[in-house]
Design a protein around this ligand. Structure first.
Ligand code: GAR
Length: 224
């Protein structure tokens, strides 16, 4: 079997996506190893999750750097020191610069809780509810210099239910995030992912031409 892909996970908060990756590696659903978890926030719970699983952690506090480029240069040093091959943003609440992207070309991925290009930025679930969207979801994409913008690897659609609030919608979206991120990274680990302009081509992609998620569902009857 090929050597596992070496991941560097960058996060700022709770790290449920990190946990899902840890679990997918343990369950042998993901041919990768998490070489290091880096946080810009010393109190991020994701650091605790990493330490509990014996994964190296580093804190790179953005406040002490005079520019975003200088902050990214330090991230690159840390990631290289741990032999990272793929940089995985998992709730990392900083915009990355060409310094990081140039050091890992087409090797930085992000997850976002909406079907991009809808609802980029902060509070994507709140934005979707405020807009009255009936379907939102999850996007895993390669990172470019714009927030929540680069070529899309995996998307999962999630219906918005009549009694949803932000917290309930967030929980259902996160359940799909936790499946989607491991799936996307496994496709990369298998060498099946190629970028052509804005499109990502996936070897052996077997999309179901008849599949659709409707909201409300087509089968639902409104009168007896
Ligand atoms: C996730 O929902 C992720 O999609 C979002 O931050 C959350 C982190 O959760 N990222 C963005 O909104 C990026 N624009 P986690 O710390 O529990 O993994």
């Amino acid at each position: 079997m090929a050597r596992p892909l070496s991941l560097g996970v960058l996060l700022s908060g709770s790290g449920t996506n990190l946990q899902a990756l840890i679990d997918a590696v343990a369950a042998r659903q993901l041919d990768a190893q998490i070489a290091v978890v880096v946080s810009n926030e010393a109190t991020a719970y994701g650091l605790v999750r990493a330490r509990e699983h014996g994964i190296s952690t580093e804190i790179v506090a953005h406040g002490v750097f005079r520019s975003r480029a200088a902050f990214d240069a330090r991230l690159v040093e840390v990631l290289r020191a741990h032999g990272v091959e793929l940089v995985v943003l998992a709730g990392f609440m900083r915009l990355v610069t060409p310094v990081l992207l140039g050091a890992f070309p087409a090797r930085v991925v992000n997850i976002h809780p909406a079907l991009l290009p809808a609802f980029p930025g902060l509070h994507a679930e709140r934005q979707a509810l405020a807009h009255g969207a009936r379907i939102t979801g999850v996007t895993v994409h390669f990172v470019d210099e714009h927030a929540d913008h680069g070529p899309i690897i995996v998307q999962v659609a999630v219906p918005i239910l009549p009694d949803d609030d932000e917290a309930r919608l967030h929980l259902r979206i996160q359940r799909q995030e936790h499946r989607a991120y491991a799936r996307a990274i496994q496709l990369i680990a298998e060498g099946r992912v190629r970028i052509e302009g804005r499109r990502v081509l996936i070897d052996g992609d077997t999309a179901d031409a008849e599949a659709a998620l409707a909201s409300p569902p087509f089968a639902q009857r409104t009168s007896p």
